[in-house]
Design a protein around this ligand. Structure first.
Ligand code: NAD
Length: 426
């Protein structure tokens, strides 16, 4: 049986590795953050992901998930190495390849046997060529294997991927990865590295374009008095368009879409291509959350001294990930305007406390809403549909709700006595 190792055990590395363990493979996991490894060894996951803690415990008791504290040992015992290290960007959009390059230098030094190095991290064409150059040695066979999982359902997505995409020019890698993935039923695409890389960036760019497109249409709806919900339905029923990713709101966040979009724009500029549609999607997204501030001004006038309750800090419901959180950007703008900000999140409240100053943060909605002039829904936690809004209204100073995710039912909220403002909703 092939021996697999995962280097970089974050959302992608853990879900990928555990999915392979559940398929019967033995997988060794290594991360430079040894606190994480210690925690995994105890069956504890230091970030929130559905189903994964139970799955780790199962794999630990089956003894086919090995959490290692020594990179050398892991590498020496591998047939396939998955690189799942974070690939952040610098402030202007350029790749920061420090971590992945450091690992490649170690790989080159330590691996003596025939091995496939499979890049799961998102890397642009230039990054790929740099990595290829670093790993250019006879016994290392390279492939890129972009990941499409979604945080919040990472394990299920890793077990049942929408597609498995492998880019390689190397026959040995192709053979080994075909064998590895034969246990998965998903459609498989084997192509060259550049096609795989462009597919990943094109997928994320297309999603970003779709979101920014519907957000822009929502902004017209607001002015002319149309309903974005009806418009989205009317557009989405056309099978050529499809109904997903047509929910208007205050824009996309997270660790992937904003990063990958900025990175491919920057990289393309370097090679003389202007990605104008993708640039527009990014531009619309950067300004979209400001719609909330305009709406707050419309009802509250100056925000100086107003108490604003923000519901939701994670970049989307179901995760504790604060990377690229629109909510955090909104909070900083509101603070600059002199507002007193209180904030709620179900999962990311502890993480948020460490990085946000002068904001009362809780995992309980009621003290956050108490005495506020307004509640702003910034994250689409479906749990907000179940809370006692009557109790919330009674404890608030004002009665304004700005629903930045079009999550709530406007009719119901008007009946409860709120002034309701969505994004592009009549
Ligand atoms: P993450 O930050 O959760 O995990 C990355 C891990 O790499 C961390 O645990 C970190 O400690 C580890 N690491 C950093 N330097 C290391 C080193 N030198 N040696 C060993 N480990 C090291 O990141 P993630 O969200 O899992 O994303 C990983 C990659 O996958 C990124 O390129 C990302 O763009 C891509 N991706 C992410 C998602 C997602 O939903 N999160 C989806 C598709 C693709």
């Amino acid at each position: 049986m092939m021996k697999i190792s995962i280097i970089g055990v974050g959302y992608v590395g853990l879900a990928t590795g555990i999915s392979l363990c559940l398929k019967g493979y033995t997988v060794s996991f290594y991360d430079s953050d040894q606190e994480k490894i210690k925690s995994f060894k105890r069956g504890k996951v230091p970030f929130a992901e559905e189903d994964i803690e139970e799955a780790i415990k199962e794999c630990l008791s089956n003894k086919n998930a090995i959490f290692a504290d020594n990179l050398k040992e892991v590498l020496e015992n591998s047939d396939i190495i998955f690189l799942c290290i974070g690939t952040p960007i610098l402030s202007k959009g350029e790749s920061d390849l420090t971590n992945i390059k450091n690992v490649c230098i170690e790989l080159r030094k330590l691996i003596k046997q025939e091995v496939v190095v499979n890049i799961k991290s998102t890397v642009n064409p230039g990054d790929y060529l740099e990595i290829k150059n670093l790993l250019n040695t006879k016994n290392i066979h390279l492939a890129v294997n972009p990941e499409f999982l979604r945080e919040g359902s990472a394990l299920q997505d890793a077990l049942h991927p929408t597609r498995i995409l492998v880019g390689t020019d190397d026959e040995y890698s192709k053979k080994i990865l075909k064998e590895l993935y034969s246990k998965f039923e998903s459609p498989k695409i084997f192509t060259d590295p550049m096609s795989a890389i462009i597919t990943k960036y094109a997928s994320n760019s297309f999603l970003a374009v779709k979101i920014s497109f519907i957000n822009e249409i929502a902004n017209i709806c607001d002015i002319v008095g149309a309903s974005i919900d009806d418009v989205s339905l009317g557009i989405g029923l056309d099978p050529r368009i499809g109904k997903d990713y047509l929910k208007a709101g205050i824009g996309y966040g997270g660790s992937c879409l904003p990063k990958d979009i900025k990175n491919i724009i920057k990289y393309s500029e370097k090679i003389g291509i202007s990605l104008d549609i993708i640039k527009a999607a990014n531009y619309v997204n950067e300004r979209q959350y400001k719609i909330v501030i305009e709406k707050l001004h419309k009802y509250l006038g100056s925000l100086n001294g107003k108490t604003i309750a923000i519901f939701g800090l994670s970049f989307k419901g179901g995760t504790d990930d604060l990377r690229g959180s629109i909510s955090l950007r909104l909070i900083e703008d509101l603070k600059r305007k002199g507002a007193l900000v209180k904030a709620h999140d179900y999962l990311s409240y502890e993480k948020a406390k460490k990085i946000t100053k002068d904001v009362f943060i809780s995992n309980d909605v009621y003290p956050v809403a108490k005495d506020s002039d307004t509640v702003v829904i910034a994250t689409d936690w479906k749990e907000y549909l179940q809370i006692d809004w009557k109790k919330i209204k009674e404890s608030m100073k004002g009665n304004l709700i700005v629903d930045g995710r079009n999550l709530l039912d406007p009719k119901l909220f008007k009946e409860l006595g709120f002034v309701y403002e969505g994004i592009g909703r009549k």
